[in-house]
Design a binder for this molecule. Sequence first.
Ligand SMILES: Nc1ncnc2c1ncn2[C@@H]1O[C@H](COP(=O)(O)OP(=O)(O)OP(=O)(O)O)[C@@H](O)[C@H]1O
Ligand SMILES: [Mg+2]
Length: 211
Amino acid sequence: MKTLSMIAQKGGTGKTTLSIHLAVQAQLADLQVLLVDTDPQASATAWWRRRRAEAPALVQGSGEHLADILRNAKRRGYDLVVIDSAPHSSDESRISAGLSDQVYIPSRPAILDLDAIGASTELVSDLKVAAKIVLNGCPPPTRLREPNIVVEARQALTVYRVPVCDVAISQRAAFSHALIDGRAVSEFDGKGKAAQEINRLWNTLKEDLSL
Ligand SMILES: Nc1ncnc2c1ncn2[C@@H]1O[C@H](COP(=O)(O)OP(=O)(O)OP(=O)(O)O)[C@@H](O)[C@H]1O
Ligand SMILES: [Mg+2]
């Protein structure tokens, strides 16, 4: 069993959106997936309750219960656990990152978001856990190149010792539309650009976790 944590101290960077999408993508690839919602705001749980399909499974639990949740998940034969975490809680993020094989740190490409990323990168460096920054909510790329803001964000992020994921997720209405009735973009518009980007991110995760 492999575990991914999605952490970012800043709110609204896409932790829940990317957790949900990677969990669904893994499920579509026939893995047994457990999504763990550790955020008291419970956005992933609200999405899951709106969902018709039962998979991926979801459980709520705060940091103190996380080790037990993972032990149970392993016993039940899950292949992948995705932990969605709350913003502004470095203690909880530290616990989930410490129990994970891989951490993704979503960030919007705007400068204030990039500035705020230091707390998360320090945390993963301290813990020596494998981590990547994932740019989310980016302007869509043109056919030939990434938009300047994404290129500049990649440059600005070189000051941190955490690599930036090659796949950048664009700001696309499909991400909001799909979540309304408990779906993910690949279930909402499987051939759309949002689904293609998520599939590329999933391929990256598969490699990162040797799934
Ligand atoms: N790539 C995207 N395209 C369009 N909308 C997006 C994208 N990513 C996130 N959003 C929207 O931005 C908002 C914040 O995203 P999300 O809830 O995933 O962030 P979060 O980091 O989990 O927030 P919090 O810190 O409050 O838990 C949501 O309304 C979500 O639908
Ligand atoms: Mg969230």
